[in-house]
Ligand binder design. Structure first.
Ligand code: GH3
Ligand code: MG
Ligand code: MG
Ligand code: MG
Length: 308
Protein backbone atom coordinates (compact mmCIF):
# COMPACT_ATOMS: atom_id res chain seq x y z
CA UNK A 1 0.00 0.00 0.00
CA UNK A 2 1.33 3.43 0.78
CA UNK A 3 3.14 5.14 3.59
CA UNK A 4 2.25 8.70 4.60
CA UNK A 5 5.25 10.93 4.14
CA UNK A 6 4.00 14.34 5.08
CA UNK A 7 3.65 16.36 8.26
CA UNK A 8 0.38 17.19 10.07
CA UNK A 9 -1.72 20.03 8.70
CA UNK A 10 -0.66 23.42 9.96
CA UNK A 11 -3.37 25.90 10.83
CA UNK A 12 -2.92 29.64 10.96
CA UNK A 13 -6.16 30.66 12.66
CA UNK A 14 -7.88 28.63 15.37
CA UNK A 15 -11.44 30.05 15.18
CA UNK A 16 -12.59 28.56 11.86
CA UNK A 17 -10.97 25.30 12.87
CA UNK A 18 -12.89 25.10 16.13
CA UNK A 19 -16.11 25.89 14.28
CA UNK A 20 -15.32 23.13 11.77
CA UNK A 21 -14.42 20.63 14.52
CA UNK A 22 -17.67 21.35 16.36
CA UNK A 23 -19.62 20.67 13.17
CA UNK A 24 -17.52 17.59 12.44
CA UNK A 25 -18.93 15.87 15.52
CA UNK A 26 -22.30 15.77 13.75
CA UNK A 27 -20.91 13.99 10.70
CA UNK A 28 -20.62 10.23 10.29
CA UNK A 29 -18.04 9.18 7.73
CA UNK A 30 -17.80 5.78 6.10
CA UNK A 31 -14.35 4.71 4.89
CA UNK A 32 -14.49 2.01 2.18
CA UNK A 33 -11.27 0.23 1.34
CA UNK A 34 -10.25 -3.42 0.90
CA UNK A 35 -6.88 -2.71 2.51
CA UNK A 36 -6.88 -2.74 6.29
CA UNK A 37 -3.76 -0.55 6.44
CA UNK A 38 -5.42 2.05 4.24
CA UNK A 39 -8.66 1.97 6.21
CA UNK A 40 -6.81 2.42 9.48
CA UNK A 41 -4.76 5.30 8.15
CA UNK A 42 -7.74 7.23 6.72
CA UNK A 43 -9.72 6.47 9.90
CA UNK A 44 -6.99 7.92 12.06
CA UNK A 45 -6.86 11.09 9.95
CA UNK A 46 -10.62 11.52 10.27
CA UNK A 47 -10.77 10.71 13.96
CA UNK A 48 -8.22 13.42 14.63
CA UNK A 49 -10.80 15.83 13.19
CA UNK A 50 -13.46 14.62 15.65
CA UNK A 51 -15.49 12.96 12.92
CA UNK A 52 -17.48 9.81 13.72
CA UNK A 53 -15.91 7.12 11.59
CA UNK A 54 -17.13 3.73 10.37
CA UNK A 55 -15.54 1.45 7.82
CA UNK A 56 -16.41 -1.16 5.23
CA UNK A 57 -14.13 -3.45 3.27
CA UNK A 58 -16.12 -3.65 0.06
CA UNK A 59 -18.80 -1.90 -1.97
CA UNK A 60 -21.68 -4.20 -1.00
CA UNK A 61 -20.99 -3.77 2.68
CA UNK A 62 -20.77 0.01 2.16
CA UNK A 63 -24.10 0.15 0.30
CA UNK A 64 -25.83 -1.82 3.04
CA UNK A 65 -24.39 0.47 5.69
CA UNK A 66 -25.45 3.68 3.90
CA UNK A 67 -28.94 2.27 3.30
CA UNK A 68 -29.27 1.28 6.94
CA UNK A 69 -27.78 4.35 8.58
CA UNK A 70 -29.13 7.77 7.58
CA UNK A 71 -26.52 9.43 9.78
CA UNK A 72 -23.78 8.69 7.24
CA UNK A 73 -23.10 11.98 5.48
CA UNK A 74 -19.76 11.32 3.81
CA UNK A 75 -18.29 8.25 2.08
CA UNK A 76 -14.58 8.09 1.34
CA UNK A 77 -13.95 5.23 -1.05
CA UNK A 78 -10.98 3.48 -2.56
CA UNK A 79 -11.06 2.65 -6.30
CA UNK A 80 -9.59 -0.84 -6.69
CA UNK A 81 -11.62 -3.30 -4.66
CA UNK A 82 -12.82 -6.84 -5.46
CA UNK A 83 -16.42 -7.28 -6.79
CA UNK A 84 -17.40 -3.59 -7.03
CA UNK A 85 -14.91 -0.82 -7.73
CA UNK A 86 -15.09 2.68 -6.25
CA UNK A 87 -16.68 4.27 -9.34
CA UNK A 88 -19.40 1.61 -9.40
CA UNK A 89 -20.00 2.22 -5.71
CA UNK A 90 -20.39 5.97 -6.32
CA UNK A 91 -22.96 5.28 -9.05
CA UNK A 92 -24.90 2.92 -6.80
CA UNK A 93 -24.82 5.42 -3.92
CA UNK A 94 -26.05 8.21 -6.16
CA UNK A 95 -29.03 6.09 -7.21
CA UNK A 96 -29.89 5.65 -3.56
CA UNK A 97 -29.21 9.15 -2.28
CA UNK A 98 -29.40 12.41 -4.19
CA UNK A 99 -26.64 15.01 -3.99
CA UNK A 100 -26.77 17.19 -0.94
CA UNK A 101 -27.60 14.44 1.49
CA UNK A 102 -24.41 12.49 0.98
CA UNK A 103 -20.93 13.63 -0.04
CA UNK A 104 -18.41 11.26 -1.61
CA UNK A 105 -14.65 11.50 -1.98
CA UNK A 106 -12.77 8.98 -4.15
CA UNK A 107 -9.24 7.78 -3.43
CA UNK A 108 -6.93 5.66 -5.53
CA UNK A 109 -3.38 4.43 -5.58
CA UNK A 110 -3.71 3.41 -9.26
CA UNK A 111 -1.58 5.42 -11.61
CA UNK A 112 -4.51 6.16 -13.92
CA UNK A 113 -5.03 9.84 -14.89
CA UNK A 114 -8.60 9.18 -16.10
CA UNK A 115 -9.78 8.18 -12.63
CA UNK A 116 -10.42 11.72 -11.38
CA UNK A 117 -12.89 12.40 -14.19
CA UNK A 118 -14.51 8.98 -13.84
CA UNK A 119 -15.14 9.52 -10.12
CA UNK A 120 -16.46 13.04 -10.63
CA UNK A 121 -18.73 12.01 -13.52
CA UNK A 122 -20.16 9.19 -11.43
CA UNK A 123 -21.15 11.76 -8.80
CA UNK A 124 -18.21 12.03 -6.40
CA UNK A 125 -17.60 15.46 -4.92
CA UNK A 126 -13.84 15.16 -4.99
CA UNK A 127 -10.96 12.79 -5.69
CA UNK A 128 -7.45 12.33 -4.31
CA UNK A 129 -4.62 10.14 -5.62
CA UNK A 130 -2.73 8.04 -3.08
CA UNK A 131 -0.30 8.69 -1.55
CA UNK A 132 -1.71 12.11 -0.81
CA UNK A 133 -0.38 15.03 1.11
CA UNK A 134 -2.06 15.05 4.50
CA UNK A 135 -2.73 18.77 4.46
CA UNK A 136 -4.32 18.52 1.01
CA UNK A 137 -6.52 15.70 2.32
CA UNK A 138 -7.70 17.90 5.19
CA UNK A 139 -8.28 20.89 2.88
CA UNK A 140 -10.41 18.82 0.50
CA UNK A 141 -12.21 17.10 3.38
CA UNK A 142 -13.11 20.43 4.96
CA UNK A 143 -14.29 22.03 1.74
CA UNK A 144 -16.47 18.99 1.03
CA UNK A 145 -17.93 19.08 4.55
CA UNK A 146 -18.48 22.86 4.35
CA UNK A 147 -20.38 22.43 1.07
CA UNK A 148 -22.45 19.64 2.62
CA UNK A 149 -23.31 21.78 5.65
CA UNK A 150 -24.29 24.68 3.40
CA UNK A 151 -26.52 22.47 1.29
CA UNK A 152 -28.19 21.03 4.39
CA UNK A 153 -28.72 24.49 5.79
CA UNK A 154 -30.32 25.60 2.53
CA UNK A 155 -32.55 22.53 2.52
CA UNK A 156 -33.61 23.31 6.09
CA UNK A 157 -34.27 26.97 5.30
CA UNK A 158 -36.24 26.16 2.17
CA UNK A 159 -38.38 23.43 3.67
CA UNK A 160 -39.13 24.19 7.30
CA UNK A 161 -41.29 26.76 8.97
CA UNK A 162 -39.12 29.12 11.02
CA UNK A 163 -41.55 29.61 13.90
CA UNK A 164 -42.70 26.04 14.55
CA UNK A 165 -39.83 24.09 12.94
CA UNK A 166 -42.35 21.82 11.21
CA UNK A 167 -42.21 21.13 7.47
CA UNK A 168 -43.57 24.01 5.43
CA UNK A 169 -46.01 24.11 2.55
CA UNK A 170 -43.27 23.73 -0.08
CA UNK A 171 -41.92 20.54 1.49
CA UNK A 172 -45.44 19.16 1.84
CA UNK A 173 -46.33 19.60 -1.82
CA UNK A 174 -42.98 18.40 -3.13
CA UNK A 175 -42.83 15.27 -0.99
CA UNK A 176 -43.14 12.01 -2.99
CA UNK A 177 -45.73 10.81 -0.48
CA UNK A 178 -47.89 13.81 -1.40
CA UNK A 179 -47.35 13.55 -5.17
CA UNK A 180 -48.11 9.86 -5.51
CA UNK A 181 -51.59 9.23 -6.67
CA UNK A 182 -52.45 5.69 -5.75
CA UNK A 183 -53.66 3.96 -2.64
CA UNK A 184 -55.91 5.25 0.11
CA UNK A 185 -54.54 7.72 2.64
CA UNK A 186 -55.79 9.99 5.33
CA UNK A 187 -55.51 13.76 5.41
CA UNK A 188 -56.47 16.21 8.15
CA UNK A 189 -56.57 19.99 8.24
CA UNK A 190 -56.23 21.37 11.77
CA UNK A 191 -57.07 24.98 12.53
CA UNK A 192 -56.93 26.81 15.87
CA UNK A 193 -60.31 28.14 16.99
CA UNK A 194 -60.74 31.88 17.47
CA UNK A 195 -57.01 32.36 17.21
CA UNK A 196 -57.50 36.04 16.53
CA UNK A 197 -58.79 36.36 20.09
CA UNK A 198 -55.62 34.75 21.49
CA UNK A 199 -53.55 37.34 19.63
CA UNK A 200 -55.84 40.25 20.44
CA UNK A 201 -56.25 39.51 24.15
CA UNK A 202 -52.85 38.06 25.08
CA UNK A 203 -50.51 39.39 22.42
CA UNK A 204 -48.91 38.08 19.28
CA UNK A 205 -46.00 36.51 21.21
CA UNK A 206 -48.45 34.29 23.14
CA UNK A 207 -50.14 33.40 19.84
CA UNK A 208 -46.74 32.35 18.55
CA UNK A 209 -46.28 30.07 21.56
CA UNK A 210 -49.66 28.46 20.89
CA UNK A 211 -48.47 27.67 17.35
CA UNK A 212 -45.17 26.23 18.59
CA UNK A 213 -46.95 24.07 21.18
CA UNK A 214 -49.54 22.85 18.69
CA UNK A 215 -46.76 21.82 16.30
CA UNK A 216 -45.06 19.86 19.10
CA UNK A 217 -48.29 18.07 20.00
CA UNK A 218 -48.94 17.24 16.34
CA UNK A 219 -45.48 15.75 15.93
CA UNK A 220 -45.88 13.76 19.15
CA UNK A 221 -49.21 12.28 18.00
CA UNK A 222 -48.10 11.70 14.39
CA UNK A 223 -44.42 10.73 14.28
CA UNK A 224 -45.29 8.42 11.36
CA UNK A 225 -47.07 11.04 9.26
CA UNK A 226 -46.16 14.13 7.27
CA UNK A 227 -46.98 17.16 9.44
CA UNK A 228 -46.74 20.61 7.83
CA UNK A 229 -47.74 24.16 8.63
CA UNK A 230 -49.91 25.26 5.72
CA UNK A 231 -50.01 28.89 6.74
CA UNK A 232 -51.31 31.05 9.58
CA UNK A 233 -52.76 28.79 12.27
CA UNK A 234 -53.55 25.90 9.95
CA UNK A 235 -51.65 22.62 9.87
CA UNK A 236 -52.00 19.58 7.64
CA UNK A 237 -51.35 15.94 8.49
CA UNK A 238 -50.93 13.41 5.68
CA UNK A 239 -51.26 9.89 6.96
CA UNK A 240 -50.16 7.13 4.61
CA UNK A 241 -51.34 4.12 6.58
CA UNK A 242 -54.63 2.60 5.63
CA UNK A 243 -55.97 1.95 9.11
CA UNK A 244 -58.73 3.23 11.35
CA UNK A 245 -56.35 4.69 13.93
CA UNK A 246 -56.07 8.10 12.28
CA UNK A 247 -59.44 9.49 13.36
CA UNK A 248 -59.07 8.15 16.92
CA UNK A 249 -55.63 9.71 17.25
CA UNK A 250 -56.87 13.05 15.90
CA UNK A 251 -59.71 13.07 18.41
CA UNK A 252 -57.43 12.08 21.29
CA UNK A 253 -55.14 14.94 20.34
CA UNK A 254 -58.02 17.39 20.04
CA UNK A 255 -59.26 16.40 23.51
CA UNK A 256 -55.82 16.69 25.04
CA UNK A 257 -55.44 20.19 23.56
CA UNK A 258 -58.85 21.27 24.88
CA UNK A 259 -57.94 20.02 28.38
CA UNK A 260 -54.54 21.73 28.49
CA UNK A 261 -53.81 25.05 30.15
CA UNK A 262 -50.66 26.67 28.78
CA UNK A 263 -48.71 29.00 31.06
CA UNK A 264 -45.93 30.76 29.13
CA UNK A 265 -44.58 33.84 30.96
CA UNK A 266 -47.08 33.01 33.77
CA UNK A 267 -49.85 33.84 31.33
CA UNK A 268 -52.49 31.11 31.53
CA UNK A 269 -54.51 30.39 28.41
CA UNK A 270 -56.28 27.59 26.57
CA UNK A 271 -57.13 26.93 22.97
CA UNK A 272 -59.04 24.37 20.96
CA UNK A 273 -58.79 23.17 17.38
CA UNK A 274 -61.24 22.19 14.68
CA UNK A 275 -60.38 19.34 12.34
CA UNK A 276 -61.49 18.42 8.84
CA UNK A 277 -60.55 14.84 8.04
CA UNK A 278 -60.80 12.76 4.89
CA UNK A 279 -59.72 9.30 3.90
CA UNK A 280 -59.58 8.04 0.37
CA UNK A 281 -57.82 7.26 -2.86
CA UNK A 282 -57.72 10.66 -4.54
CA UNK A 283 -55.27 13.35 -5.62
CA UNK A 284 -53.81 15.56 -2.92
CA UNK A 285 -55.77 18.53 -4.20
CA UNK A 286 -59.06 16.65 -4.05
CA UNK A 287 -58.27 15.42 -0.53
CA UNK A 288 -57.43 18.94 0.62
CA UNK A 289 -60.57 20.39 -0.94
CA UNK A 290 -62.73 17.80 0.82
CA UNK A 291 -60.90 18.22 4.15
CA UNK A 292 -61.30 22.00 3.88
CA UNK A 293 -65.04 21.55 3.42
CA UNK A 294 -65.15 19.32 6.54
CA UNK A 295 -63.13 21.90 8.48
CA UNK A 296 -65.61 24.59 7.50
CA UNK A 297 -68.43 22.42 8.84
CA UNK A 298 -66.54 21.78 12.10
CA UNK A 299 -66.27 25.55 12.58
CA UNK A 300 -69.93 26.10 11.72
CA UNK A 301 -71.06 23.40 14.15
CA UNK A 302 -69.37 25.15 17.06
CA UNK A 303 -65.61 24.35 16.80
CA UNK A 304 -63.47 21.99 18.96
CA UNK A 305 -64.62 19.02 16.88
CA UNK A 306 -63.69 16.73 14.03
CA UNK A 307 -65.83 16.44 10.94
CA UNK A 308 -65.16 13.80 8.32
P1 GH3 B 1 -61.67 30.50 13.44
O1 GH3 B 1 -62.07 29.83 14.70
O2 GH3 B 1 -62.80 30.72 12.50
O3 GH3 B 1 -60.55 29.79 12.76
O4 GH3 B 1 -61.15 31.96 13.84
P2 GH3 B 1 -59.69 32.50 13.86
O5 GH3 B 1 -59.65 33.76 14.64
O6 GH3 B 1 -58.77 31.42 14.32
O7 GH3 B 1 -59.37 32.68 12.32
P3 GH3 B 1 -58.88 33.88 11.46
O8 GH3 B 1 -58.50 33.28 10.13
O9 GH3 B 1 -59.89 35.00 11.44
O10 GH3 B 1 -57.58 34.43 12.19
C1 GH3 B 1 -56.37 33.75 12.13
C2 GH3 B 1 -55.36 34.58 12.84
O11 GH3 B 1 -54.09 33.92 12.88
C3 GH3 B 1 -55.10 35.92 12.21
C4 GH3 B 1 -53.60 36.08 12.22
O12 GH3 B 1 -53.20 37.27 12.83
C5 GH3 B 1 -53.13 34.92 13.06
N1 GH3 B 1 -51.82 34.42 12.68
C6 GH3 B 1 -51.42 33.93 11.48
N2 GH3 B 1 -50.13 33.59 11.54
C7 GH3 B 1 -49.68 33.89 12.78
C8 GH3 B 1 -48.41 33.75 13.44
O13 GH3 B 1 -47.41 33.29 12.88
N3 GH3 B 1 -48.34 34.15 14.73
C9 GH3 B 1 -49.42 34.65 15.40
N4 GH3 B 1 -49.28 35.01 16.67
N5 GH3 B 1 -50.62 34.80 14.79
C10 GH3 B 1 -50.75 34.41 13.51
MG1 MG C 1 -7.92 -1.22 -3.02
MG1 MG D 1 -58.56 29.67 13.14
MG1 MG E 1 -57.37 29.62 9.64
Amino acid sequence: DYIPKDSPACVSSIAPLLHRLEKNQQHHVLVVDDSLTSRRYVRSLLERQYLNVMDAQDGQEALAMVRGDPRISLVITDYTMPEMDGVQLVKALRQHKVDGQLAIIGLSGDDDPSLTARFLKAGANDFLAKPFNQEEFYCRLHSTLNALDTERRLFHLANTDYLTQTWNRRYFFEHPQTRKNNGPRGLALIDIDHFKKVNDSLGHHIGDIALIELAKVLNRYFPDALVARFGGEEFCVLYGNNDQGFEARLNAMREELAATTWTPYDQAFQFTVSIGMVHGDASIHQLIQRADHCLYQAKAKGRNQLVK
